[in-house]
Design a binder for this molecule. Structure first.
Ligand SMILES: CC(C)(COP(=O)(O)OP(=O)(O)OC[C@H]1O[C@@H](n2cnc3c(N)ncnc32)[C@H](O)[C@@H]1OP(=O)(O)O)[C@@H](O)C(=O)NCCC(=O)NCCS
Length: 170
């Protein structure tokens, strides 16, 4: 017999969701180091991350969450944080939207949740007047790039990092 289809619901996050999404961000941040990230790892990274957007929520940032019933309980199984920024005047001075961070619980992957959360963020930023949407994907994160590429994202930047012990001095 076919598995019953899981119902997933979506909404904007509130302060009450912060402890859960903070924990998810900590898992995401650890994952970054597996897929190419080379910046330092602060001690209380989840708390610092929350502080980077909590005061601008609903204006210059937004978090959407997905909820699903697991073991008879409705639980948050994923989040997406997006941010709006104004680029400098010499770059056109427009507002650009950024898909900033996303994590989907391992039990809820490949169900279309990442796709839906991304689109909710994109639509919110479109309504706020964003000129375009940016995404930064770490070099070995193929799953994530695939997800965005099929939405229409085109590669535009390459970002490199020089660590001092790797510097080929002239
Ligand atoms: C990347 C991630 C967000 C995808 O979430 P998800 O809910 O499983 O993705 P979806 O089910 O919406 O997948 C949409 C499409 O993306 C692509 N995709 C997603 N996961 C993939 C994987 N592991 N391998 C290859 N392609 C993948 C596929 O094209 C997929 O469509 P399909 O299932 O019809 O083939 C999730 O795997 C995750 O949380 N990864 C760790 C954190 C991360 O990389 N976050 C994003 C960067 S900040």
């Amino acid at each position: 017999m076919a598995e019953p289809v899981q119902t997933v619901s979506y909404r904007e996050a509130t302060e009450a969701d912060f402890p859960v999404i903070k924990g998810m961000y900590e898992q995401l941040n650890s994952y970054f180091y597996q897929v190419g990230y080379r910046l330092p790892h602060p001690e209380n990274v989840g708390e610092i991350w929350l502080d980077s957007f909590r005061r601008t929520l609903g204006r210059f940032s937004n978090v959407h969450v997905a909820e699903m019933e697991i073991d008879g309980q409705k639980q948050v199984v994923g989040f997406m944080l997006c941010r709006l920024k104004r680029v400098p005047a010499y770059m056109g001075g427009v507002i650009v939207g950024e898909l900033s961070d996303m994590w989907i619980d391992g039990r809820a992957r490949r169900m279309g949740i990442g796709d839906k959360l991304s689109r909710l963020a994109i639509e919110w930023m479109r309504q706020q007047g964003a000129h375009s949407i940016e995404i930064q994907v770490l070099k070995d994160n193929e799953a994530s790039w695939k997800l965005y590429e099929r939405m229409g994202f085109k590669l535009e930047f390459r970002v490199g990092r020089l660590l001092w012990d790797e510097y080929e001095e002239g």
